[in-house]
Design a binder for this molecule. Structure first.
Ligand code: G1P
Length: 297
């Protein structure tokens, strides 16, 4: 199948991050740190690995720390050179974006994820594009978006990352109604945003990685209010299931819900243990902590 390459990605980062107050009173939640890198860096790295060249941030008030993070920092760089810490310049490299590769636009009112993506319509134009929700951090040998781009080369259309969740949790997600199950890829005959547990069509949940056709932006033009009174991306995708071109992709990897405190802590421990410079100390600490807790019971 001959498809346009996916080179643009939208990062909806306008949310208030209320679940992490008071921390998020003065820092964007996307700047919160897993080990030594902010959440947003993981999403950017994943997008870069998948061949994304243009990064579109949909932001809101109070998110300027994100813009500074991806900018050059001449004073910091000069200070590092002066103090003989040149090796840290290498660490900073991943935060630098080529001029024109990143752009920020504001969602002036919080009207939902669909609305946030719609805000980027003029920059996307008439091409397929990716959407990455930085709250969903996915540890995988092959980055999740890259797996999806490879699968998308077979299917075309719209593709969402998908993962089985316990039925009791399905109401926290967009949930796929499975039309045809082909293993890693499923064709969806419907998608429902945060259904009541008894209404969930399956337990295959949408995770925050999407490859979408520009038609989704046309669907969003109608500004149809959905679950919670918000303009839902899920609803714009669901409209396309009638055409048979919405696919779920069961990715390989471990997903952490860093939009929740428990998920964020789990990711912190897992990413810490994956780091050769921290593994031994952290492992020893966790081991002792668990033994102490067991003894105290
Ligand atoms: C959003 C989407 C939902 C999806 C989820 C994945 O919900 O609306 O369909 O399943 O991300 O993390 P949110 O978690 O922002 O409420």
């Amino acid at each position: 199948m001959k498809l346009n390459k996916v080179t643009k990605a939208v990062f909806p980062v306008a949310g208030l991050g209320t679940r992490f107050l008071p921390a998020t009173k003065s820092i964007p939640k996307e700047i919160m740190t897993l080990v030594d890198r902010p959440l947003i860096q993981y999403a950017i790295d994943e997008a870069r690995a998948a061949g994304i060249k243009e990064f579109i941030f949909v932001t809101s008030r109070g998110k300027s720390a994100l813009e500074d993070y991806f900018d050059n920092a001449p004073e910091l760089e000069a200070a590092l050179i002066k103090s003989g810490k040149e090796h840290l310049l290498e660490v900073l490299k991943e935060t630098n974006m080529d001029s024109g590769a990143i752009c920020y636009l504001r969602q002036n009112r919080p009207m939902g994820l669909g609305h946030a993506v719609w805000c980027a319509r003029r920059l996307i134009g008439d091409e397929p594009f990716a959407v990455l929700l930085p709250d969903d951090v996915i540890a995988a040998e092959k980055p999740c978006l890259q797996q999806m781009i490879e699968a998308h080369e077979q299917t075309g259309g719209n593709m969402v990352a998908a993962m089985e969740v316990p039925p009791s949790k399905a109401s926290s997600y967009g949930v796929l109604d499975i039309g045809e199950d082909m293993g890693a890829i499923v064709r969806a005959k419907g998608v429902v945003e945060k259904p009541k547990p008894e209404d969930a069509p399956s337990n295959l949940a949408v995770i925050g990685r999407y490859i979408l056709t520009p038609k989704i932006l046309t669907n969003l033009n109608r500004m149809k209010q959905g679950q919670g009174g918000e303009i839902q991306l899920t609803d714009a995708i669901a409209e396309e299931t009638a055409e048979g071109n919405v696919y779920g992709y069961r990715f390989r990897g471990q997903r952490y819900d860093c939009g929740s405190k428990a998920g964020f802590l789990q990711a912190t421990v897992a990413f810490g243990l994956a780091r050769p410079d921290l593994r031994e100390e952290l492992n020893g600490f966790l081991h002792d902590l668990i033994s102490m807790q067991k003894a105290a019971q």
